[in-house]
Design a protein around this ligand. Structure first.
Ligand code: URP
Ligand code: ZN
Ligand code: ZN
Length: 463
């Protein structure tokens, strides 16, 4: 028995064309016009709609302390929104060792996943020295990337320059790709203290104190240190033109630098931090939302190939409750950073990118699926519609619209980051390894069906 998707238009890097797709045991086995069907075959009618490779979101924070989405809720939200593979950061637990903590995530905490996933350990505190000896063991467990922070000293996350250098060098030996959060955390902390002491209280001060220059300085430093160590680097959540210019210039010199941005930096400007009645707090993340000119620069960066992927940075923090945005009611610097987004990323990039004519269909596929798969060594198992690849597919009606609302979301955050956004392009089916896991907005797939996917070597190591 096969599954055959009839009457669809697969969208690939090489263009779109009408074809049927045959799937056996979760793998694409044939792509051609008018594939004959046997009586026992399962037929999915794509109804002349577009078929995309499933979205791959390389930046999520499921099951992190204080967030409402555990792995089950976050991954259910992902699959409802057309994301068939996620990469989730493994939050440090300094009571366990680096490897033991990773194994706890791999074998227990992620076991409820609805989607296929990779796991990326965050290196901080004692993990930085443990990484010196445990890096090869992480690699054997299927890890392909790690994450480091140049900010958040107070939370114990900030990595010094010398530790960055040591980690880049060691990571390179085992083909582990370093993802770096680039902001000059110490200077930002100093400025925040000054501004709080001067009596500034409102939400928008978050953006005024975390300047584009202090992001760009850290981006330059991370790229320089990676270069000195002879290692590639992936800069996560790039938010501004200042960073983009430096990344473009490094890439022009053929340095192995990858860059990610997020939907909120592409479609929301700084004014979203200034919404009345504390609503701006829902948009607090780091780096912060920027002035309008940066949004246009980021779209240009995507089209120029400087930005290689778009990820959600799904770090949902509730608006109300014990651990919530309300912690900063009196003064903005107490508002926890992070916003939901894994459920909406596919729709938001489709609407603001393709429908509003900022990017082509091919570019959409490149930044949401092909490049993420290549960057984390998942390609061509994931990231393409091709014979031999996993049948991870999204069928989308390009002419239908919907209004995004919290009421209809699967994620457990008590608001939607895109409440009231009217988006064209409605997902009708999501197929994961050949299984119809979403139909007309209803998740049919079962909790725990997702598989841990081992990362191979990122394509950037070949540069
Ligand atoms: O504000 C953000 N981005 N929160 C999530 C943690 C991070 O920095 O990625
Ligand atoms: Zn970050
Ligand atoms: Zn993040």
């Amino acid at each position: 028995m096969s599954t055959i998707i009839k009457n669809g238009t697969p969208v690939t890097l090489q263009g779109s064309y009408k074809a049927d797709i045959k799937i056996d045991n979760g793998i694409i086995t044939e792509i051609s016009t008018d594939i004959p069907c046997e009586a026992e075959d399962v037929i999915i009618d794509a109804n002349n709609q577009q078929i995309f490779p499933g979205g791959i979101d390389l930046h999520t924070h499921f099951d992190h302390i204080g967030v409402p989405d555990d792995f089950a809720a976050g991954s259910k939200a992902a699959i409802a929104g057309g994301i068939t593979t996620v990469s989730c950061f493994v939050e440090g637990n300094q009571e366990l060792g680096l490897l033991d903590n990773f194994r706890d995530w791999k074998y227990r905490r992620s076991a409820t996943s609805y989607v296929d996933y990779t796991l990326v350990p965050v290196l901080s505190g004692k993990y930085l020295s443990e990484f010196e000896t445990e890096a090869p063991l992480l690699s054997e467990e299927g890890v392909g990337a790690v994450k480091l922070f140049m900010a958040y000293r107070g939370a114990g996350l900030l990595t010094t320059d010398v530790n960055l250098y040591r980690t880049f060098k060691n990571a390179k030996k085992y083909n582990l790709l370093c993802n770096v959060h680039c902001e000059n955390g110490d200077v930002i902390d100093e400025i925040v203290d000054e501004w709080v002491a001067a009596g500034h209280k409102s939400v928008i001060n978050h953006a005024y104190t975390r300047t584009p220059g202090l992001e760009a300085e850290a981006v330059y430093r991370a790229m320089s240190i990676a270069n000195a160590a002879g290692a590639p680097v992936r800069i996560v959540h790039v938010s501004c033109e200042d960073s983009l210019d430096l990344i473009a210039s490094a890439q022009k010199k053929e340095l192995p630098v990858l860059a990610e941005t997020c939907p909120h930096y592409l479609v929301k400007d700084i004014s979203y931090l200034d919404l009345p009645e504390f609503e701006g707090a829902k948009n607090i993340c780091a780096p912060p939302l920027r002035e309008k000119k940066h949004l246009a620069a980021l779209w240009k960066g995507i089209n120029d190939g400087v930005i290689t992927t778009v990820s959600s940075d799904h770090a949902p923090v509730n608006f109300n409750g014990e651990y919530s945005k309300q912690l900063g009611r009196d003064v903005w610097n107490k508002i926890p950073n992070g916003c939901p987004g894994v459920e909406e990323i596919f729709s938001i990039i489709y609407h603001f990118g393709i429908v509003e004519k900022r990017i082509s269909l091919e570019k959409f596929v490149e930044i949401t699926s092909v490049n993420p798969a290549k960057e984390f060594g998942l390609y061509p198992k994931k990231g393409c519609i091709a014979i031999g690849s996993d049948a991870d597919l999204v069928i989308l009606n390009p002419s239908k619209s919907r209004i995004i609302t919290h009421d209809k979301q699967y994620g457990k955050t008590d608001y939607s980051g895109y409440e009231g956004f009217n988006v064209t392009g409605v997902i009708t089916h999501v197929i994961s390894r050949g299984e119809e896991v979403v139909k007309d907005g209803i998740v049919l797939g079962k909790e725990g069906r997702g598989q841990f996917i081992r990362c191979n070597k990122s394509h950037i190591f070949a540069k």
